[in-house]
Design a binder for this molecule. Sequence first.
Ligand SMILES: [Ca+2]
Length: 402
Amino acid sequence: MSSNVYFTLPILAMSLAVSAIANSAGAQELTLPDGKVEIESLGKFDNPWAMAYLPDGRLLITEKPGSLRIYSDNTLSEPVAGVPKVEYHDQGGLLDVAVDPNFADNGLIYLSYTEAAAQQPTDAREEKDPRLGDYQDLNDTVLKGMAVARGRLAGNRLEDVTVIWRQEPKTIGRGHFGGRLLFAPDGKLFITSGERQRFEPAQDMNSNLGKIIRINPDGSIPEDNPFVGQDGARADIWSLGHRNPLGAAFRPGTSDLWVHEMGPKDGDELNLIVKGQNYGWPQVSEGKHYNDADIPNHSEKPELRKPDYAWVPAISPAGLTFYTGDKIKDWKGKALLGGLSSEALIVVSFDGNKVTGAETLKMGKRIREVVQAPDGAVLLLVDGESGGDLLRLAPSDDAEAG
Ligand SMILES: [Ca+2]
């Protein structure tokens, strides 16, 4: 459906040949050009959303209903005490976890989550937006927004928890919170903020919805943010025109920030994030609205930054990491994305900071999160309640257990 040849060529070149299949021993595996990769389940979780490693090798895992757990030596902790109360429904709940670059000294971790407003209106009612088609929950009446808090991890509890950032304004509705947290190499904290299925806030500089946010780890605003001192613009905004970004990563060895975002009906995007740029939503998209209404393509408004790569049909990207390990040679230097609706692991290739292609590896499971383990294995979280596995991917002949 895209008129832009730049986008259609890599999509046509995409290979769908690789799928996870069971080997003779019953284990799931992927067959890559450089060898087989075995997929091992390390445990089950309730709607797991995100993972982050502590410097000592323990793994933090969030569950959307509101639990943070610590996985270590093949055992799983009880929920960490002191985690903020979350408003759990559909896409909202406990979302990402990030570890302070100086964790060894300060013990700080950061959580993104959905919080209900302290004052709830008595007459809140969702109004149908035709652009969302049936992709809208009209029964929700809770005024809410995504927030980011940090606290000190002491044993199995979180202490001195303070909220450092909030989405504004809060709105009813259960979708498009965003919620990724990511530390830059210089120690600044990036937050991906979704547009709450409200479209226009992504272009409204008085709102921090539909934006990439940059703050100091204590919640204060860096003086070199692009809109500091500009009338009618929030100083926490780094870039604008985003829909629902659920994956962010710095390309290793560079200060290049890559963020993907869910498109509407098709048109998921991978973007190199440049300070102060407008990425176009909802004015332009490679997809269309859920009621099939057209949206102009990025090529029709060249003043808005076009994606470096777009997926038609949609993959529903969630989670993003650049693989730097030696265990799985085929993936070295490439970006790994989870796919929800596509039930896949997406492998994106680069030449410098140019995207050269994307391959879809069918997993048969909704992949929510991708993290590289310290030993070079790849860990995935599978979305959902009973099937919310933690998966470890490593070569079949790999001797090291997760
Ligand atoms: Ca865009």
